[in-house]
Design a protein around this ligand. Structure first.
Ligand code: SF4
Length: 179
């Protein structure tokens, strides 16, 4: 049985994470939150908040946030990329739903990072290049939404590439907690 029939792009914007990429919002033709615990049990690179009914999946550089009837995607290459990813979402939702009797669902909510955790991921040089006086002030500005991760130039170095991805996941998960 097909759970999700269509995903339609409703909005395309500049990505706040990366000006060369796009942020895309799509509406779903059917509510799909029943499949979330099964996806949580089987898909890698996933963050799940069962109470908020939201999943975040990291697919290469992209971050895909799936709500019951909506998908938002950050760091998308272009419209064709958005369509490909939405097709992929539809396929994993439907194939996982078809196999649900073979899967033990997981309701585990991944712990969200605290401000101290986020501060711990920053370079902690207090170099002020981001416009804040300290890395901790930058953490607070990130959480308040008045700064974005790209404003810490030190995170662009290869040694911090993985940290930058983790920060993105953490901040998106933090948004989810406020849903
Ligand atoms: S640019 Fe990065 S390392 Fe420098 S103070 Fe800001 S957050 Fe800290």
């Amino acid at each position: 049985m097909t759970l999700l029939n269509n995903c339609d792009i409703t909005q395309i914007m500049e990505c706040i994470a990366d000006a060369t990429k796009m942020r895309v919002i799509a509406s779903l033709s059917d509510p799909i939150d029943e499949v979330f615990p099964y996806l949580n049990a089987t898909v890698s690179n996933i963050t799940y908040n069962h109470n908020a009914k939201v999943l975040v999946i990291k697919k290469q550089h992209r971050l895909i946030t799936i709500y019951s009837e909506m998908v938002t995607m950050a760091k998308i290459d272009d419209e064709e990329d958005a369509k490909r990813i939405l097709n992929w979402v539809r396929e994993i939702v439907n194939s996982t739903w078809e196999r649900r009797n073979e899967i033990v669902p997981s309701y585990e909510t991944q712990r969200l990072l605290s401000p101290v955790d986020i501060y711990g991921l920053l370079p902690k040089t207090n170099c002020k290049q981001c416009g804040e006086t300290t890395c901790y002030a930058f953490t607070c500005a990130l959480l308040a939404g008045t700064r974005n991760i790209d404003q810490c130039a030190l995170l662009d170095s290869p040694e911090h590439a993985e940290t930058k991805d983790r920060l993105w996941s953490a901040l998106i998960a933090d948004d989810i907690a406020q849903v």
